[in-house]
Design a protein around this ligand. Structure first.
Ligand code: AR6
Length: 168
């Protein structure tokens, strides 16, 4: 079964096969981790994203990584938190699962995830971590690829939540 690792820092620096982007439905860039990924990858990433023509919440799309150390960027759109009664939990789980499916079908061995939806989109961090870890563990149980999933936490609060969750 694949392994799970925890890292604190900037996802754009990681030398992995694929990094996941917490994008919006336009796929045309934004702030947060999305802005950082587009800046680091360079303008060709936006050109490829324009051709895709957007992505619905909970789904994922793959592009090349261009100037990033990562070969691919898997763009997924997490849900905007609206209080918990708009299927946010299912959408967030689907963002993780659909990103993992794209990783498998593209022979990705190592993939790094940011804490999708926990920034501007306002998803409560503890519950987002629970969903993320359960989705990834369940997927790794049943699939040969990816071999390694790295959770990349940027802020201290997420890092501590994941550290506690992955301890036991
Ligand atoms: N590396 C890793 N994680 C990061 C980085 C980085 N360089 N920068 C921020 N984070 P957010 P969302 C963390 O707001 O909530 C964008 O404008 C951050 O600490 O980037 O899914 C998109 O275009 C947080 O834990 O994404 C959308 O419009 C996590 O990344 C919208 O924001 C996610 O925060 C998506 O909102």
């Amino acid at each position: 079964m694949g392994t799970i690792e925890l890292v604190q820092g900037d996802i754009t620096k990681l030398n992995v096969d694929a990094i996941v982007n917490a994008a919006n439905e336009s796929l045309l860039g934004g702030g947060g981790v999305d802005g950082a990924i587009h800046r680091a990858a360079g303008g060709e990433l936006l050109e490829e994203c324009k051709k895709i023509g957007g992505c619905p919440t909970g789904e994922a799309r793959i592009t090349k990584g261009y100037k990033l150390p990562a070969k691919y960027v898997i763009h997924t759109v997490g849900p905007i938190w609206r209080g918990g009664h708009k299927d946010e939990i299912d959408y967030l789980r689907n963002s993780y699962l659909n990103s993992l499916k794209l990783a498998t079908s593209n022979n990705v061995e190592t993939i790094a995830f940011p804490n999708i939806s926990t920034g501007v989109y306002g998803f409560p961090k503890k519950s987002a971590a629970e969903i993320a870890v359960n989705a990834v563990k369940g997927y790794l149980d049943k699939n040969k690829l990816p071999k390694k999933v790295i959770f990349v936490c940027f802020d201290d609060e997420n890092f501590e939540i994941y550290r506690d969750k992955l301890k036991g």
